[in-house]
Design a protein around this ligand. Structure first.
Ligand SMILES: [Zn+2]
Length: 325
């Protein structure tokens, strides 16, 4: 058994970052544009622009970068961007054996802190074991300056505790938790407490205040480490995430993780007969739109969700019990 770690986190302005080693840059055009001036001092000798979350693209970049590592033992990967970038970079770093430094340009997800890479495969999202970044650089001014809709969108990966805990408890009642995923009450309590922390900081994180962004990072990190300790993601991933995996199949335009999980949280909480006002307030404070998925697509997704979660063998929750005509 292995218990994974979080990256070391340093709060440094990107333009004050000292780096002597040659850099392999993993980024997107938009993310790089936002911080290129601050990072102009890096010795970038290789660059890849991530455009989708497929293993094919990641593997191609890995092969390409491997050629360079032969003569560059000092080469270090810098991942500059959001969730899509860090997912790809963790894969590339793992398969090339290079050190990984993560420079988020917005707190869009918890992927900066996790040891796996979410990849689209066969109509679902699967998590491949890769590795956490060795180092996470937080430039709070950069995060604060990120566009409203992505700045603190990662709060979705904490607010999802509200619906996933409910699912975990339902599964316990129904005897549907497999060995190794049994409900652990104190872990559920710890998760609840992390959720409370996110609700408390939603407004200030959404506004880009340094304290709020720090607290959101704390919540994301503690949520990830709690799951690392227990060896699964039931405390913070349930039907709301399963909805997001399924709905992607009906959408041609790639909506962000938060744009899919946010509505998923509200809908699943409603099906669970939970109060949703406080969740909606927190999502709104972090500028996460709840109406970006077309209504007919939502309808189709909900209708097919019980079959979908069984087909993909996803952990038991409210999605298994939906009955929508
Ligand atoms: Zn997530």
């Amino acid at each position: 058994m292995r218990i994974w770690n979080l990256p070391v986190v340093d709060f440094i302005s990107f333009d004050e970052l000292e780096e002597e080693r040659p850099v392999a840059l993993v980024t997107t055009a938009g993310a790089w544009e936002a911080v290129a001036d601050d990072l102009a001092h890096l010795n970038v000798i290789w660059r890849s622009n991530i455009t989708d979350a497929t293993i094919q693209q990641w593997a191609n970049f890995t092969v390409d970068l491997q050629q360079l590592t032969i003569n560059n033992s000092q080469l270090t990967i810098y991942a500059v961007g959001g969730g899509q970038v860090i997912n790809a970079a963790k894969y590339i770093a793992y398969h090339t054996g290079l050190e990984l430094v993560s420079l988020p340009t917005a707190l869009t997800a918890d992927a900066f802190l996790t040891w796996n890479s979410g990849v689209r495969a066969e109509g679902c999202v699967r998590y491949l074991e890769t590795k956490p970044p060795e180092r996470l650089i937080m430039d709070v001014d950069v995060l604060a300056a990120a566009p409203d809709g992505i700045r603190a969108a990662g709060i979705c990966d904490v607010l999802s505790i509200a619906t996933s805990l409910w699912d975990w408890e339902l599964a316990a009642e129904k005897g549907e938790n497999p060995e190794g995923m049994e409900l652990i009450p104190w872990v559920a309590d710890a998760a609840q407490s992390i959720l409370d922390g996110a609700l408390e900081c939603a407004e200030s994180a959404g506004a880009g205040d340094a304290e709020g962004l720090k607290q959101l990072l704390d919540c994301l990190a503690l949520g990830v480490q709690l799951c690392n300790q227990v060896g699964h993601s039931r405390p913070k991933e349930g039907s709301e995430h399963h909805f997001s995996y399924s709905v992607e199949n009906y959408l041609s335009n790639g909506l962000s993780h938060a744009n899919l999980v946010g509505p998923g949280i509200i809908m699943m909480a409603q099906f669970q007969d939970q109060d949703t006002d406080y969740l909606e307030r927190a999502l709104k404070a972090c500028h996460i739109p709840l109406d970006n998925i077309p209504e007919d697509v939502v309808g189709m997704t909900l209708k097919g969700l019980p079959e979908y979660v069984r087909k993909h063998d996803l952990p038991y929750g409210i999605a298994h019990e939906l009955n929508i005509a």
